[in-house]
Design a protein around this ligand. Structure first.
Ligand SMILES: [Mn+2]
Length: 315
């Protein structure tokens, strides 16, 4: 285990484990796994998400009911999970001691100690490797880490999956994870609202550059109509790259005073594209937000940036 991490955990009585805004299964699973480890070792621990919408299909995870929406500990050690930049935590933590556990290539290294492994398939891989040698990984903890890993690799299909990914999955299974329970909760508990918003978003599909780029958008009106939340929309961008012709899939989500953009690629590295709009992410999955802008203008800006960066030439 990394010495600085060990020392920090030993020196703090209270620890706050923090997940990112609009939480996904990786941030939640990683945080709950770490919560379990610290709890079992006798620490005072809290786990928080700054929001009111948690993915409800993750309610099967051990410790899920422990997730709070505010930080109650003063001056606790902060452990940030799966979060590329400090503002994505949604709390003012600038003056706090932070252990930053992540795998985003664009991570800004905002922690006091940064355990950031861009080659890791999930933040839970980073967390698991960090703690496994010194702490007991129970069935409960393994279930949290495995769920995070399965979700972030899209069921072992992303391009960063390697031999070691299966070794980790196998180790976690050996701890007693019920893998069919995990799959059931991830794959077969969608809300009706999420299918409705999927349908209306696919209707907006617009192809560009001989079908190499797919644009889709979600308006606030459609979101309300479907009764969907932002969490129901996030995964829709993947449908764009499932198309035979596409290299890039771009989803624009219109919110009150900003547009949130999610991009996926098949081959090209799009991290620089996201950074040029003030965002970040992984090699093939990035996102950013732009305040007070019209959708059509933003689409033109993205098209221009794709051209400037020569993204469709390099694959
Ligand atoms: Mn992740």
């Amino acid at each position: 285990m990394i010495e600085e991490v060990k020392e920090l955990i030993l020196s703090y009585e209270k620890i706050t484990v923090v997940t990112h805004l609009n939480p996904d299964a990786d941030t939640i699973g990683t945080a709950l796994g770490i919560y379990g480890i610290l709890k079992n070792s006798g620490k005072q621990v809290e786990v928080v998400n700054n929001g009111t919408n948690l993915p409800i299909n993750l309610d099967f995870l051990p410790y899920f009911v422990k997730i709070k929406s505010q930080i109650d500990f003063d001056d606790s050690l902060i452990i940030a999970c799966d979060t590329g930049s400090i503002d994505r935590l949604g709390f003012d933590l600038n003056s706090r001691t932070i252990i930053n556990i992540d795998h985003h290539k664009s991570n800004t290294r905002y922690g006091t100690v940064n355990v950031v492994e861009p080659m890791a398939v999930s933040a839970s891989e980073v967390g698991y490797k960090l703690f496994r040698d010194e702490f007991t990984i129970t069935k409960e903890i393994a279930t949290c880490f495995y769920t995070a890993l399965l979700s972030d690799t899209q069921y072992f299909t992303t391009s960063n999956v390697k031999n070691d990914t299966f070794n980790i999955a196998s180790d976690l299974m050996a701890c007693g994870v019920d893998i069919s329970e995990v799959v059931f909760n991830l794959k077969q508990r969608r809300s009706l609202a999420s299918l409705r918003i999927l349908s209306s978003t696919l209707d907006t599909l617009d192809l560009y550059k001989d079908g190499e780029v797919a644009f889709m958008y979600v308006s606030q009106e459609k979101l309300l109509e479907a009764g969907a939340t932002i969490l129901d929309v996030v995964g829709i961008v993947d449908y764009g790259v499932s198309l035979v012709s596409t290299e890039l899939s771009i989803l624009l989500i219109e919110q009150e005073d900003k547009i949130r953009v999610s991009i996926r690629s098949k081959h090209v590295d799009i991290s620089a594209l996201a950074i040029s709009f003030g965002g970040g992410g992984h090699k093939h999955a990035v996102g950013f937000e732009i305040d007070n802008i019209k959708r059509k203008i933003l689409i033109e800006m993205i098209k221009k940036e794709i051209k400037t960066k020569g993204l469709l030439d390099e694959k």
